[in-house]
Design a protein around this ligand. Structure first.
Ligand SMILES: [Zn+2]
Length: 400
């Protein structure tokens, strides 16, 4: 018996040794499994912090520690200083970085709060701030957990008065969107640009609200997947009755079958369902002229010269003294102002005295989840799973 036991023990130790060797060498079974499993790779991407380029190419940046924090070197993590709280003025010259006037011998420093938050400029951020000295200027990267980013995104996107199931659907859509962006990022030092302007994704703690944070916590780690990969899950305010096909907005290179038009009966009571606006003819004439379309005078604007299957404008035809002018929707929006037309769905246009009067339905690009529709479904007793299945049909809701 002792001999058999000893043999079993030796065989066990042999296999254990081989396993440890393979693990340590980063190759063989353990390494291959990690490399070949997209899901495993994506889980590790999600559990790692996300890095956002937040300030770019400055000579000076004000960072406040809203509690105890450490400043460490980025390269080898030695501590430069520790603070209970306070303001830091980080500057750079051709000699490198300085903190409150004292030069530091590191090209990368990290302000690491001890469980608290930091202020970069006037905005309070979760996570840490990494200051990188490059080409006689500084970039600041905010590094934080994906769940922390999602809290800010949910609070910014939808009201705290939304029903809990709609907030959960928004949390999952936002988490999936961020993860998809991170996975497909082409940047190396950071994952995403978070500078002022379109594409900014993190707005700090100011946009968070308690119901939104609770929805993030209740759905922690849950994402949508399609074909074994993290889905692309855009969202917008109100579809005006029908969502849009992804190819109409992001081009024919987009092939997500779960981003096809679906009817939406739930957003009609939403405050963004219908809109109207009036645009001065003189403004349209001036911007048309500046864009290389001298018009003379305009008698009519046909906003439905070409429309998509979901009833959204693709091209606009303008009847002008100097001939017909045909513009893509995007060109037309650049003429009247990008934020003037809230959506492209069900547009009408009537000339008035010195103006053109536009009406339309919905708010936003229309691809993916209609947020007012999600809330309408939640009010009717639908779960977050039913909401997500409706607006991203065919996707799977991943388990944590
Ligand atoms: Zn809708």
């Amino acid at each position: 018996m002792k001999t058999i036991f000893l043999a079993k023990y030796l065989i066990f130790m042999l296999f254990l040794g081989i396993f440890v060797f393979l693990l340590a060498s980063g190759c063989g079974a353990a390494g291959s499994f990690a490399m070949n499993s997209g899901r495993s790779h994506e889980e590790s991407v999600m559990s790692a912090p996300i890095r956002l380029l937040t300030v770019c190419g400055v000579k000076s940046v004000a960072i406040s520690a809203l509690g105890p924090c450490k400043i460490v070197s980025g390269e080898n993590k030695f501590q430069i200083m520790a603070l209970k709280a306070g303001d830091l003025e980080i500057t750079c010259s051709d000699k490198g970085l300085s903190v409150n006037g004292d030069s530091v011998s590191a090209a990368i420093i990290r302000v690491v709060p001890d469980g608290g938050k930091i202020k970069i400029g006037e905005i309070v951020f979760r996570g840490i701030a990494e200051i990188r000295y490059e080409k006689n200027a500084m970039n600041v990267i905010n590094e934080l957990g994906i769940e922390e980013l999602v809290m800010s995104q949910v609070g910014r996107e939808v009201s705290s008065g939304f029903k809990p199931e709609a907030l959960k659907a928004q949390a999952i859509a936002a988490r999936t969107f961020v993860l998809h962006e991170k996975i497909h990022s082409k940047f190396k030092v950071y994952d995403l640009k978070n500078l002022e302007g379109p594409g900014k994704i993190y707005f700090g703690t100011v946009t968070e609200h308690v119901p939104g944070n609770e929805a993030v916590e209740a759905t922690r780690g849950i994402t949508l997947r399609y074909g074994g990969e993290t889905a692309f899950t855009p969202y917008f305010s109100n579809c005006g009755g029908y969502t849009e096909d992804v190819t109409e907005v992001w081009g024919t290179a987009s092939k997500e079958p779960y981003l096809s038009p679906v009817p939406c009966f739930f957003c009609k009571p939403g405050e963004h369902y219908a809109w109207q606006t009036e645009i001065a003819k003189a403004h349209i004439l001036a911007t048309l002229n500046a864009a290389g379309y001298p018009a003379g005078d305009i008698s009519e604007i046909d906003p439905n010269y070409e429309i998509s299957k979901s009833g959204r404008t693709k091209t606009v035809r303008i009847a002008a003294d100097k001939g017909k002018i045909t513009l893509s929707l995007n060109e037309f929006r650049s003429i009247v102002g990008y934020n003037v037309l809230r959506s492209a769905r069900s547009l009408t246009c009537r000339p008035r005295s010195g103006t053109f009067y536009f009406t339309g339905k919905g708010w936003g690009h229309g691809v993916g989840m209609c947020q007012d529709g999600a809330n309408g479904m939640a009010k009717q007793g639908h779960s977050y799973k039913e909401i997500l299945r409706r607006y991203y049909p065919g996707t799977e809701i991943s388990s944590r």
